[in-house]
Each structure stands twice: as C-alpha cells, then as structure tokens.
Design a protein around this ligand. Structure first.
Ligand code: HEC
Ligand code: HEC
Length: 398
C-alpha cells in the first residue's frame, strides 16, 4: 500500500514535470524555432523565393523608382544589415513634436522627420516649438516571422501574469491589409504595428518615400505638399509587389542564434531570472499552431512558423521604465512615455543601446532603467561585482 501510494505520487510528479510550454493546444509537442545568421530560409518559403525576396529587400531605389521626395535611406538593407541582411544597424531616426501639458502633438506632417530629400528645397528641418525630440535605433528583424505568429492572447496572458508593478500595457493597432481590423501591436519601439506586411508598407513610404496600394499617400515636407517634385505616379509599388516580398523575406528569417556559452554565461543566465529581469525580458514564448488565421484574417500561420518555441527575451508589451521619449504613435496619449521591452535576442550585434542608442555600455543600460523596473534594478545593484559581470556576459551571449 505504502509502495503503491509512493508510485502514484511519483506518477503524479512525472505528469507535472512535463513542461507546459512544450505542449500546444492541439497536444502536439512544440519544437524549437530554427536559429542562424546564415542567409537560409526558416522554411516559410523555399530558398529560391527567400533569395529573390532578399534581393528586393537589398535593392537600392532611385528617383525613377519613386524614391522620396522626402526619405531616410535608399534600401531596407541600409538600416537592417548587421551581421546579415534583415538584422540590425547603428542607424537612427529622428522624431519630434510638442507637449502642451496634456497631449503630445506631432510636428507638422508627422512626428517622423525625414533626414534626406531628393531636392534641398524640401529638406525637413525641425521647426521651433517642437521641444519633444528623440532618436530611435533600427531594430533587428531576424525571428520576426515567429513574433508575428504569436497569438494576441498569448501576449495578453503574459501581461496578466506580470506583477502589478511591472505589468506591461497591451495596445490594439490597425492591420493595414485588413481594413477595420485591429490586432495586438508587437512591432516597433511603440508597438505601433502588428503585421509584417503593414510594417513593410509603412517603412516603404516613411523610410524610402515609395508608395504602395497599402500606403498610397506620399509624405509631406513639414506639412507642405511635395507633389511638384514627385515624377512617379502613385502607387509607386503598384500591386504591393515589393512590400509583399519584404514581408515574405522577414517571415522566412531564422531567429537570432545564441553566441558561445561558458560557465559565466550560465551563472549570469540564472541570475537574470533570479533577480526578475525575465519578468519583462521573457525567455520562452510559443507561437500559434499552424493554420491559425491572424492579422485580421489576412494571413494564415504556415507550418514552418506554427507551434515554435522562441527565446526573444522580450514580452512585446509597453512599459514605462523612466526613459520614455514623450512620443505618441498608435497607442494613445497614455503611452507617451512607454516603450516596448526590446527583445534581447541578437543583442550581441548591437553596440548603441536603448531606444535612442545613447547608451553604449551594458551596465549603464541596466542602470538607466527606472520606473516599472525599479525593484529589479535594486536587485541588480545588490549583486556582487562578479555576479554583475556574469549578467553582462550572459547578455553578450544573446
Ligand atoms: C533609415 C533606416 C531604415 C530603413 C531604410 C528601414 N528601416 Fe526598418 N526600422 C528602422 C528603425 C529606426 C526601426 C524602429 C522604428 C521605431 O519603432 O521607431 C525599424 C523597425 C522596423 C521593423 C519592426 C521590427 C521589430 O521587430 O519591431 C520592421 C518590420 C522594419 N523596420 C522593416 C523594414 C522594411 C521592410 C524596410 C524597407 C521597406 C525598412 N524597415 C527600412 C530603420 C529603417
Ligand atoms: C519593467 C520591465 C523591465 C524590467 C524588469 C527590465 N527591463 Fe530591460 N528594458 C525594458 C524596456 C522597456 C527597455 C527599453 C528602454 C529604452 O529603450 O529606453 C529595456 C531595455 C533593456 C536593455 C537595452 C536593450 C537594447 O537592445 O537596447 C537591456 C540590455 C536590458 N533592458 C536589460 C535588462 C536587465 C539585465 C534587467 C534586469 C536587471 C532588465 N532589463 C529589467 C524593460 C524592462
């Protein structure tokens, strides 16, 4: 009897020990998302399609292609390149506006200031009265196909499970390719987009000045029309050919691979969880099962992206950690000083840290957190010098 009881207990313990994260709702075991900076497809498209889409992502646009009239760069790759096409770069963008004591108001023509123009006559220069200004660093896109495939309810559940003091804000944002439909935002420093196709069309017009059916209207120069300089009829990317290729390329990118792991990295990894960094920099997320319809009905999760375990070290939620840049995008005035927890995967390829790139040292990036991260930073400060080195070594392995 005693033995039987022991056996039952043992069996019970064995059932509990099956990690919930590796079981999908359909009962099939989730598998690790493929990782690599290797220019190879994750399987969402075949390799030939990946290569063709990558060529378009790398293409240098000229005025005859519709570049500008105001723009930031000539190619997606110019800002998403290190160490492979689709990853990151040191390039920043400039945003500006005015705070009237209650609301943030965009500078004329929108908070994004285009840093280049095809004619000096329409160069954007921030006018006086726009005292709210920020730089925004480029972001890594490798692994973003998996992020898009995360069910919105999974992000809501992460927020609900966070302690009240650290709880992240969920925002719903419009899906451009599904008019009238919203989805939980997860892309950009302000979670301003939810779909990679939406982001592609947005980036094409805002970074390169190339309109598409999804974003058919050219930017202005500080609110003034630039039509006199625009020689190519809109939409310049007729039929959304290029923006669909960009989305296809990003969906087929593998997740960032881990760097070398030594004893200090392993110790730092444990400390990272122990002191609570993982409350916001979430370690494991499983994507929705293949066949799940997302993006307001516009996209179905393919087998290569479905039911995959990713390790983004981010929660894709907005937080106020005392560094807020005062800019409002798709989240309403309440998100003025909130920023998305940046996923730390691939951060060893990044030397300018935080949203503005103004912190160039890991320890200083940690110490710059305040607000919602206060208690956790206090835990970090209580670590020994050797333990802090372990945490930094861990960050440098991501
Ligand atoms: C001038 C530099 C620049 C160019 C060119 C550029 N990007 Fe970006 N990209 C950025 C910056 C900066 C961000 C972060 C923007 C923010 O949230 O403020 C970003 C963010 C993104 C994101 C969100 C990533 C995430 O995980 O949150 C996607 C997707 C993206 N870019 C796709 C593209 C595509 C597609 C193109 C080409 C059409 C492109 N970008 C061109 C600088 C650039
Ligand atoms: C309350 C949520 C929260 C907690 C807790 C938290 N972070 Fe962050 N972390 C953020 C946010 C939000 C940012 C972006 C801030 C910015 O860009 O201004 C960030 C940025 C970072 C960055 C810069 C990443 C980059 O790519 O620029 C690092 C490194 C980092 N955190 C490490 C840590 C470590 C280590 C801990 C634990 C000691 C920690 N964080 C705890 C939310 C959090």
């Amino acid at each position: 009897m005693k033995l039987l009881k022991g056996l039952v207990l043992l069996l019970f313990a064995a059932v509990l020990a099956v990690p919930a994260i590796t079981r999908s709702v359909q009962g099939q075991a989730a598998t690790e998302a493929p990782a690599g900076f290797d220019n190879l497809t994750n399987g969402a498209t075949d390799q030939a399609t990946f290569d063709a889409n990558k060529d378009l992502f790398e293409e240098v646009e000229q005025i005859a292609d519709g570049l500008g009239p105001v723009y930031n760069a000539q190619s997606c790759r110019e800002c998403h390149q290190n160490p492979v096409t689709g990853a990151i770069s040191q390039i920043t963008e400039l945003r500006a506006g005015h705070f009237d004591g209650v609301n943030f108001i965009d500078q004329a023509g929108g908070s994004l200031n285009n840093d280049r123009a095809i004619s000096a006559a329409i160069q954007e220069r921030i006018p006086g009265g726009n005292e709210v200004r920020t730089f925004r660093t480029s972001l890594n896109l490798t692994g973003d196909g998996f992020v898009e495939a995360v069910d919105s309810n999974t992000l809501v559940a992460i927020s609900n499970a966070q302690p009240a003091a650290q709880r992240g804000t969920v925002i719903q944002v419009p899906v451009t390719e599904a008019p009238g439909q919203n989805r939980v935002g997860r892309f950009g420093w302000k979670n301003q987009q939810a779909s990679l196709l939406s982001f592609s069309a947005d980036a094409y017009v805002n970074e390169m000045g190339i309109t598409s059916n999804l974003q058919p209207t050219e930017n202005t120069s500080l609110g003034n029309s630039v039509a006199a300089f625009d020689t190519v009829p809109d939409p310049e990317d007729a039929g959304n050919v290029d923006v669909s290729a960009f989305a296809g390329f990003m969906r087929a990118l593998k997740a960032p691979p881990r760097g070398p792991v030594n004893a200090s990295v392993t110790t730092g990894s444990g400390l990272f969880d122990q002191i609570g960094c993982n409350i916001c920099h979430v370690r494991n997320i499983t994507t929705a099962p293949a066949g799940t319809v997302i993006n307001g009905g516009a996209f179905t999760v393919p087998a290569a992206l479905g039911n995959k375990i990713i390790h983004p070290f981010g929660d894709f939620l907005l937080h106020n950690v005392g560094t807020g840049d005062g800019i409002v995008q798709n989240g309403g005035q309440g998100t003025r000083n909130q920023l998305r927890t940046p996923p730390l995967w691939g951060m060893r390829t990044r030397d300018r840290l935080m949203h503005d790139g103004e912190t160039v040292n890991r320890n200083e990036a940690i110490l710059r957190h305040d607000g919602q991260a206060n208690a956790i930073i206090a835990n970090y400060n209580a670590l020994s010098a050797a333990q802090k080195t372990n945490v930094i070594d861990f960050l440098n392995s991501l």
